[in-house]
Design a protein around this ligand. Structure first.
Ligand code: PLP
Length: 442
């Protein structure tokens, strides 16, 4: 069911000429802004780094020791990931109320790679929230799959509005390329919000009605600012059709170690999809790096030291994201309050005058705002359109986690009661307040 062939992909089989070459692709917007900030630093230009979504917390020594302990393991190992890691990941999900057999788990070099393999294996068009994380639509395009951007219910980022998803599913079927999957991000990047259980449940109903695979990207799950906030995974509601992905890139800030895991449904179809993803992995990455898998296995067993680290990180992200949201709000921007991770998604429309952006409003886009902030004021952000949003809505994705500073400053930020008042973070926030309110530099 989830492998419906897509006409465009089968041009050759249909007797048409396949297109000779793919359109050129640009480097992912988040990575590109990171490189630009690094370039500005090398050139000695002051920059407030709010562009790149890296977790900005030091590696916990338990994890570096574990990585070193296994450094001699240079064999490729099984493509699906070593058993110790799959058992540990299953335990991680068990503790969150999702009974999991290690046979349901696949590891890959980052959840990003697994998501790419998954979307390709699933086939069919893909429904995404608008806005949603940069790479989903780009990955669908790499597979030659259409991506439908479905607006969210206001304040419920990461999940397509169920009513509009229903309309999209009907229309896609009528147009000849039915939806194969819908992707949810719980909690969300770029908006920093968490969709309510009722919206998740309604999306699961639409998915059932149209036989869609639900891909639930839960990489920010452990970074809820309020630990007691209600979190409902679609895997609790529609276990037969949900693939979950996660990894230690955000909760333990191990993004550069490149490790992610996926949990497939315990059904025949789930097993078949898993086998396809493993087969794709075997041709593209062979296996994730063995020492990293061992360190990730330790992470997924959640010893008390690492639990404490994750809670301290969530607290740090919450305090700095809140303080940054306050700066935007005080200047007059409209910002949904952040609920998880280290992202904000302000609407910059009220601040155009302060930023010196004048002229025909019809010609102003979110890229105008992001470029003015960077080139004119040294504030790096990303335009909402990088996340598929309407460029005319003038929203920006703000990542607050690179405000924490260098490694020793990050340690202090993790331990501090009021990290936003640490001098190096406060200096960035003061500069941001000046820029957003149109005040001259102090
Ligand atoms: C929503 C979301 N999903 C997935 C990823 C990729 O994570 P990984 O490091 O596991 O590939 C990111 C990283 O920015 C993300 O923000």
């Amino acid at each position: 069911m989830w492998g419906t062939p897509v006409p465009e992909r089968n041009a050759e089989a249909a007797g048409r000429e396949p297109s000779p070459r793919r359109a050129p692709m640009a480097v992912s917007a988040t990575l590109a802004v990171n490189e630009e900030v690094a370039r500005r630093r090398r050139a000695g230009l002051d920059t407030v780094p709010l562009g790149f979504g890296e977790a900005g917390v030091p590696v916990h020594p338990l994890l570096s020791a574990e990585l070193a302990r296994w450094a001699g393991m240079a064999a490729y190992g099984p493509c699906e990931g070593v058993e110790e890691l799959r058992v540990a990941a299953a335990g991680y999900w068990d503790r969150r109320g999702l009974a999991t057999d290690p046979e349901q788990v696949v590891a890959g070099p980052g959840s990003k790679a697994l998501l790419w393999a998954l979307l390709g294996a699933c086939g069919g068009a893909v429904a995404l929230a608008r806005p949603s994380w940069v790479s989903y639509a780009a990955q669908a395009a790499l597979h030659g799959l259409p991506a439908h951007l479905v607006p969210t219910v206001p304040g419920q980022g990461g999940v397509p509005d169920p009513e509009r998803l229903e309309v999209t599913a009907v229309r896609a079927r009528r147009d000849g390329v039915p939806l194969g999957a819908v992707v949810l991000t719980l909690p969300d990047n770029p908006t920093g919000t968490l969709a309510e259980p009722g919206v998740v449940a309604a999306v699961c109903e639409v998915a059932r009605a149209h036989d869609l695979l639900v891909v639930s990207d839960e990489i920010y799950r452990d970074l809820l600012h309020d630990e007691s906030a209600a979190f409902t995974s679609p895997a609790e509601l529609a276990p037969e059709r949900v693939v979950l992905t996660t990894g230690p890139s955000k909760n333990l800030a191990l993004g550069g170690w490149r490790l992610g895991v996926a949990r497939f449904p315990a059904t025949d179809e789930g097993r078949a999809l898993r086998e396809t993803v493993v087969a794709v992995g075997s041709e593209v990455w062979s296996a994730p790096a063995h020492p990293v898998q061992r360190a990730a296995a330790l992470a997924f067993t959640e010893p008390p030291e690492l639990r404490d680290r994750v809670r301290a990180s969530a607290r740090l992200h919450a305090r700095v994201a809140e303080a940054t949201a306050d700066v935007f709000t005080a200047a007059g921007a409209d910002v949904p309050r952040p609920q998880a991770g280290f992202y904000l998604y302000p609407d910059m429309t009220p601040l155009l005058g302060n930023l010196g952006i004048t002229g025909d409003p019809a010609g102003i886009t979110d890229t105008t705002v992001a470029s003015t902030l960077l080139a004119g004021h040294g504030v790096a952000t990303l335009p909402g359109s990088a996340f598929g949003d309407d460029p005319a809505r003038l929203r920006l994705r703000i990542a607050t986690s690179l405000l924490y500073g260098d490694d020793s400053q990050r340690e202090q930020a993790l331990r501090g009661d009021d990290p936003a008042r640490l001098p190096w973070i406060a200096a960035h926030l003061d500069r941001l307040a000046e820029v957003l309110s149109g005040r001259p530099r102090a």
